[in-house]
Design a protein around this ligand. Structure first.
Ligand code: GTP
Ligand code: MG
Length: 339
């Protein structure tokens, strides 16, 4: 059982499924050491090389499952253990790559368990690469739909957009996915920092819920600039470069903004300039801003935006019942399954 102090401060980051465990590995390296990282998978081998503080087997058999529905049932079987792991958390961050079985199936169960315990929950989900095909995309979209019912903030990122951001077409597949995971892990750490800074009293996260009872999805965007006019340049880049295509900040109901500079370097004129740009880009949004410092930024400024309450639909397709089961486990990144 956590102590009273731990109960008050515990933030838990949970990586679920193969991609989720990889994302958590990249996240832990850059996250604050007080955050407890827990890797979850239904296959024991997939947890062996995780750098998480704790690992948890999502199911009783430790064997591979081929469909999200099976992974969901497995997670339901261990729900009382999940409750124990989650209880006492002040905030939970779920990390997963959707489109497969474990992450897509189990994440909604974990989110629902957190919700039943009254714990504010953020999920940061990467959508499949385009090369994974439309069935995988549809599986991911169905998972998002379910997940959105239980989380307070659902940040969706495109793996392809993250790959484009790497800007290097000569990387091999492993290097590409490692790079993509670093981009996504950076986004996760930054989004968490932003939510904690912008809603310091914690449970105010529920204000992100719309009248439909769900938070919609949130877009993540960030940009950095230095030199003359740095604040305006960074803000203007941040509003046009979300890590998800098909959504626009203009539609956001809330905009959370984090401005980070080296200590003592941010001027009030710069804060105003940044927020002017954000307000213009998201005219209907309620804007909240927070500041943070990072000595490593030197003369640079970073502007990070979460546009909350967006609608994004993914093409519905008829998913043949057996085609998902036939998908090769962990294709196309076999070597990453062990990371
Ligand atoms: N961004 C990112 N995506 C990944 C990674 N590994 C796999 N994916 C993609 O994420 C989707 C789901 O894959 P996994 O996370 O391995 O799926 P899973 O939840 O472990 O479920 P199964 O492998 O089907 O048991 C697929 O579309 C993969 O292409 C990763 O390390 N990072
Ligand atoms: Mg997998």
């Amino acid at each position: 059982m956590p102590s009273a102090t731990e109960q008050k401060t515990a933030i838990r980051a949970i990586g679920i499924g193969g991609g989720g465990v990889n994302l958590l590995t990249a996240f832990r390296v850059r996250a604050s050491p007080e955050i407890e990282c827990i890797a979850m998978h239904s296959v024991s081998d997939a947890l062996k090389n995780s750098n998480a503080h704790k690992t948890f087997l999502l199911g009783v058999s430790g064997e591979r499952i081929s469909r999200a529905s099976g992974a969901r049932v497995n997670a339901e079987h261990v729900q009382s253990d999940l409750r124990q792991i989650l209880s006492g958390s002040q905030l939970v961050l779920l990390l997963s790559a959707f489109g497969g079985a474990v992450g897509t199936g189990a994440s909604p169960v974990i989110a629902r368990t957190a919700k039943e315990l009254g714990i504010p929950t953020i999920a940061l989900i990467s959508m499949p690469f385009n090369w994974d095909g439309s069935i995988t995309q549809a599986v991911a979209a169905a998972g998002l739909e379910l997940l959105s019912k239980s989380v307070d903030l659902l940040v969706v990122l495109s793996s392809d957009t993250a790959m484009d951001m790497l800007g290097n077409e000569d990387l091999n597949m492993d290097e590409t996915v490692t790079g993509v995971n670093e981009v996504i892990a950076f986004a996760a750490a930054e989004a968490l920092k932003l939510v904690v800074a912008a809603a310091p009293s914690g449970p105010g996260y529920s204000r992100f819920h719309s009248t439909t009872g769900t938070a919609g999805i949130a877009l993540f965007s960030t940009a950095q600039a230095g030199g003359f006019g740095r604040a305006k340049i960074a803000a203007e880049q941040a509003v046009v470069c979300p890590l998800l295509e098909g959504v626009a900040l203009a539609e956001a109901q809330h905009a959370l903004v984090l401005i980070t500079t080296a200590p003592g370097s941010l001027t009030n004129t710069e804060s105003k300039l940044v927020m002017d740009v954000i307000r213009q880009a998201a005219p209907n949004a309620q804007c909240t801003f927070a500041t943070a410092t990072d000595p490593l930024l030197a003369e640079q400024i970073r502007v990070t935006v979460l546009g909350v309450g967006l609608k994004r639909t993914w093409e519905p397709i008829d998913c043949p019942p057996h085609s998902v089961a036939k998908r090769l486990p962990d294709a196309p990144f076999p070597s990453l399954a062990m990371q």
